[in-house]
Design a binder for this molecule. Structure first.
Ligand SMILES: CCCCCCCCCCCCC/C=C/[C@@H](O)[C@H](COP(=O)(O)O)NC(=O)CCCCCCCCCCCCCCC
Length: 237
């Protein structure tokens, strides 16, 4: 079903030409600087990661993706539902335990709130599991943005995106999702449009900002990766 609906979008003749023009006023407000600032706020003085800013960073990225057109909806919907799960924990009665990723891991593990194996557990959507999915996607983002940063005028965003995906997130996706993602990459706008949507200024300014953004995102990724590795959480089903 997913494959078919993506294929449908893909076949739609006008997708490419309306990609950015069709974006609503809300989507147009995306700015890479905002996302960068949010990820900067993520890390505390003692290297804890604030869930609130982590999800805010993802919200900004979703905004960017939505401004690229409907073909990316199946991707952004999944990201939005995962963001929402984490926001619900944060705003719920145990919210105080979800302030940082570190406190969330401690709380969920201490209280048996994570299904660590596939067999019919009672916590299929734990904070740890949900954040792991976004964390894996963050690695894709880190690789993609680094490719963008070092790209040249004639580099293809579709190729950079696919290479970053194949090197990271794809390893966690089944065949069907990989195919659908591959088709979505084919209709990504070119580098000039991409840079424009980032809302930073000319290409040099974008490259400079990416130079700030990538290490920041890498740091958030690294802290989370180490925490999950220490707690054997990297393979939560
Ligand atoms: C801008 C181009 C966007 C390309 C996005 C590349 C990532 C491709 C991911 C394809 C995910 C397909 C949707 C479904 C995924 C789920 O099956 C899968 C597993 O979840 P489950 O275990 O609960 O079933 N979910 C995931 O892996 C989480 C995916 C989250 C993807 C978020 C992608 C956000 C991309 C933001 C783009 C921002 C570009 C920024 C440039 C400044």
């Amino acid at each position: 079903m997913l494959f078919l609906s993506v294929a449908e979008h893909y076949m739609s003749a006008s997708v490419q030409s309306t990609m950015v023009d069709s974006a609503g006023p809300e989507a147009q407000k995306f700015s890479l600087k905002e996302v960068l600032d949010t990820f900067k706020l993520c890390i505390s003085e003692n290297d804890e990661v604030f869930v609130e800013h982590y999800v805010a960073g993802w919200r900004g990225l979703v905004k960017f993706m939505n401004s690229l057109g409907n073909v990316f909806t199946f991707i952004s919907k999944d990201a939005v539902s995962k963001i929402q799960i984490l926001v619900n924990f944060l705003n719920g009665e145990s919210g105080a335990h979800y302030v940082t990723i570190q406190s969330m891991v401690r709380y969920e593990l201490d209280n048996g709130l994570v299904d660590l194996s596939k067999k019919g557990g009672s916590h299929p959507e734990s904070g740890c599991r949900t954040l792991l999915r976004l964390h894996r996607a963050l690695r894709w983002l880190e690789l993609f943005l680094e490719r963008l940063r070092t790209s040249t005028e004639d580099s293809k965003t579709s190729v950079m995106c696919a290479d970053a995906y194949n090197e990271s997130l794809s390893q966690h996706h089944p065949w069907l999702i990989r195919k659908a993602a591959g088709m979505a990459f084919c209709v990504l706008p070119g580098r000039p449009t991409f840079f424009e949507v980032m809302n930073v200024g000319n290409a040099e300014a974008v490259v400079a900002m990416l130079g700030d953004a990538v290490p920041m995102i890498s740091k958030v990724y690294k802290i989370t990766e180490e925490l999950y590795a220490q707690n054997n959480l990297l393979e939560i089903p």
